[in-house]
Ligand binder design. Structure first.
Ligand code: PLP
Length: 421
């Protein structure tokens, strides 16, 4: 075994959801003939219309003179110019902006974008001051747990809960009484729509956070991996916000291209430049084949169209199946489903759950259903909060029948677990 540095050790640790994914892979492998309904995946399903779009764009690229220059040559760190131009034109038209090419950076997936930002803006300054990476509403994307090279920089805030007890629904809100964005904040980061909860922060909430941050010139990264215009996985109306300190960060992973690794940041020229320099050092630039087909899909309008008319209704209908089945099957215990406002997950809170989320996950496995225990989705939260051990993330990537069966099984396990105590 090689001797590792502190950082080497840190990065090799199986943290959060990676530990659970390992357990799930082993369960599926050792299941020997056993059928599981696996609702753990963050991997989107392959929708035929979406696959066809990427096949068509690929055929077009192959038939064009551009092909050699795309795959046989290095390019600019900032990204492939036709894709940058496509993003600029689309967003200027769609949202009435005045972007230029300097406002856009293409990265190999959006995860890398958060890695650059977390370490360019968060961590120790030359004067030894710790600049925090603030997650204003916990739970949030588990991947944020691994992006900071200076772990102690990551700070998440407990939300306030809006509960509709009669309807068995709830919604997280940023707790503005607690949330601190100050001189020692390096950057702010949150997903909207949110993985794992399906929450969509309102336009006002985002504006309020951005204004607090602007006072201290702090960049606000709005992780828009599920937002409109692509993949448009919002089931509630929302407006993407742009402005001086907002970095609007997108991903094409949920629009059918996770394998090609395409992230897009839109924002202030100086912020974009900092991230671009980080990228040059790290990997020179994003792969260009994916960028070239993405440029085609954006320019033709097909990507936005398929997002709104195929991808969004597909997952919205899955979300409704989970809701309807739980409403019908759940026993009389204090259970609350997060308002399904977007993304590809449902988030269930079992208040006063007599066992931990991890134990519940194990019991559910016994009846052939796999979900992800919620405690992995609170990266950066320092305080002990029982709620973190009372939630489950249910992926909407099952078939309709699988979702219905799995939710009935889940309801039965809930009944047993609460009755036992
Ligand atoms: N942000 C959120 C909220 C996600 O759910 C994901 C992936 O699941 C990512 C970022 C990373 O996406 P990618 O690096 O594929 O763009």
């Amino acid at each position: 075994k090689p001797a590792l540095t502190q950082l080497g050790n840190e990065m090799s640790r199986l943290t959060g959801v990676r530990a659970i994914m390992k357990d799930i892979t082993e369960t599926l492998r050792s299941g020997a003939g056993r059928e599981f309904i696996n609702l753990s995946a963050g991997n989107p399903l392959i929708l035929p219309e979406v696959e066809q779009l990427w096949r068509d764009c690929t055929a077009d690229l192959l038939a064009s003179d551009e092909y050699g220059a795309v795959v046989c040559r290095y390019g600019a760190s900032q990204g492939y110019q036709p894709l940058i131009d496509a993003v600029v034109n689309d967003f200027n038209q769609r949202y009435g902006l005045k972007l230029t090419a300097r406002n856009v950076l293409i990265t190999p997936g959006s995860q890398s974008l958060y890695f650059y930002a977390a370490n360019a803006f968060g961590g120790y300054t030359a004067d030894g001051i710790l600049k925090k990476i603030v997650l204003p509403l916990s739970p949030d994307y588990t991947g944020y747990g691994g992006v900071a090279l200076t772990q102690e920089a990551l700070f998440a805030y407990k939300p306030s809960l809006e509960v509709d007890a009669a309807a068995h629904r709830f919604k997280y809100r940023p707790d503005f009484k607690q949330l601190e964005i100050a001189e020692d904040t390096g950057c702010v980061l949150f997903s909207r729509p949110c993985n794992p909860t399906g929450n969509v922060l309102t336009d006002d909430e985002v504006q309020k956070i951005a204004t607090m941050a602007a006072t201290h010139d702090v960049p606000v990264l709005v992780d828009s991996a599920y937002a409109p215009p692509f993949p448009a996985l919002n089931f509630t109306p929302m407006t993407p916000l742009f402005g001086e300190n907002i970095l609007h960060c997108m991903s094409l992973s949920k629009a059918g291209l996770p394998g090609e690794r395409i992230g897009i940041a839109i924002g202030d020229e100086q912020l974009i430049h900092v991230l671009e320099c980080f990228q040059t050092n790290m990997c020179i630039h994003s792969p260009r084949y994916g960028q070239a087909i993405a440029a085609r899909a954006i320019n033709s309008g097909a990507l936005a169209d398929i997002s709104a008319h195929i991808i969004r209704p597909f997952y919205q209908s899955k979300s409704q199946i989970v809701e309807a089945t739980l409403d019908q099957a759940m026993p009389d215990v204090p259970w609350f489903l997060h308002r399904g406002e977007g993304a590809i997950f449902s988030w269930l809170w079992l208040q006063d759950l007599p066992i931990t989320d991890w134990e519940f996950y194990q019991e559910l496995k016994q009846v052939g259903v796999i979900v992800v225990p919620g405690s992995s989705f609170f990266p950066g939260l320092r305080e002990d909060w029982a709620h973190t051990r009372q939630c489950l993330r249910i992926s909407l990537t099952g078939s309709d029948q699988e979702l219905e069966t799995a939710m009935k099984q889940l309801a039965a396990v809930v009944k047993q677990v609460y009755q036992r105590s």
